[in-house]
Design a protein around this ligand. Structure first.
Ligand SMILES: Nc1ncnc2c1ncn2[C@@H]1O[C@H](COP(=O)(O)OP(=O)(O)OP(=O)(O)O)[C@@H](O)[C@H]1O
Length: 318
């Protein structure tokens, strides 16, 4: 199974783009929490997040660089329990690097050059490797596109979920097995414990990966293009599942998507990134329905390809 599951540092021996598989997943057990109103900035322009009581994840003016070049310049947001922050923007705009900074798994040579990433009020720059390992999976976790590449093809789905439970929560074999079965049922996969990854569809694999990602009861889940490769119906099922987890456990989410419709339906706040910068940020209703920046308008004007229309009615009806 992926190193992620074990919470090990991603990828000590993988090529850079292959590294996020070490991010594995984790159990729940996250106590149900009330859902405070997510923080919403009112200005259209990006601005630094302020430390806020109850925040689980706070990025404050984060810059990410490598080899003397800056790839991300000044990302800030605050995520509280049950909150959902969306990140949209063109390919290469820095969305994934931002997520990786939050997970402490930047590619080799990349670093947060200024600004802070705080998890549960703690500046992650002060964390040791061991502390990061403990945090990953248990407090912050992630799912990415292409779930098959994060699961070991030669191990059953159930044993991979159980392995996370044994490593991260130190459950004994029998307890881990029972808990893994519960987790798989909670992601609507009640009958796949003994099945292998190749026996599952793409949507089922993504749900299995979500089960491993939430196994250790993280409070933040980063979904980086997690539904991009799925057809629309399966994508809606996965989003429903994430919404259920948010509502029942207070899980906070960072959702990276090319699909403005996903963001319109699902997120409270959205960051629009372009060429490493946040060009616009604010509550979804404001940014997507009353954009202030030309680039945001451009994205919205392309709504036919993004399918924004699909969700306007859904959100307005909700
Ligand atoms: N491992 C890496 N090695 C070299 N450059 C990288 C690496 N990861 C990211 N970059 C560069 O950093 C910039 C931002 O990349 P990032 O993956 O964050 O973009 P993105 O917005 O997530 O794009 P996409 O939507 O295509 O995934 C790009 O110019 C990319 O080429």
């Amino acid at each position: 199974m992926s190193d992620l599951a074990n919470g090990t540092t991603p990828a000590q021996c993988r090529p850079p783009r292959d590294r996020d598989r070490s991010l594995t997943p984790g159990v729940s057990g996250t106590p149900a929490q009330s859902r405070p109103l997510p923080g919403r900035s009112t200005a259209g322009a990006p601005r630094p997040a302020q430390p806020v009581d109850g925040a689980i994840l706070t990025l404050t003016d984060v810059h990410i660089g490598a080899g003397g070049r800056e790839f991300v310049r000044g990302v800030s947001f605050t995520l509280r329990p049950g909150g959902v922050v969306g990140i949209v923007g063109e390919s290469g705009s820095g969305k994934t690097l931002t997520c990786r900074a939050a997970l402490g798994i930047l590619p080799d040579g990349f670093a947060v050059t200024s600004g802070t990433v705080a998890i549960d009020g703690r500046d992650t720059a002060t964390l040791s490797g061991r502390e990061w390992t403990a945090l990953r999976g248990a407090t912050i976790s992630a799912v990415f596109q292409d779930p098959a590449s994060y699961l070991n093809p030669s191990l059953t789905i159930g044993s991979q979920v159980a392995e996370v439970l044994r490593v991260k929560l130190r459950l004994r074999r029998r307890a881990a097995r029972a808990r893994a079965q519960d987790l798989l049922a909670s992601v609507r996969l009640p009958d796949v414990y003994g099945r292998y990854p190749h026996e599952l569809s793409g949507g089922m694999l993504q749900r299995a990966l979500i089960a491993t990602a939430i196994a250790a009861g993280p409070r933040v889940l980063i979904a980086d293009e997690a539904t991009t490769a799925l057809d629309v119906t399966v994508q809606a099922e996965i989003l429903d599942l994430l919404a259920d987890l948010r509502d029942t456990t207070g899980l906070a989410l960072v959702v990276v998507s090319h699909d403005l419709a996903v963001v319109a339906q699902f997120c409270d706040e959205v960051l629009v990134m372009r060429a490493g910068e946040v060009v616009e940020q604010g509550p979804v209703e404001q940014v997507l329905y009353h954009p202030r920046h030309d680039y945001t308008r451009l994205l919205i004007d392309e709504h036919e390809s993004y399918g924004l229309d699909r969700f306007l009615g859904v959100r307005n009806a909700a």
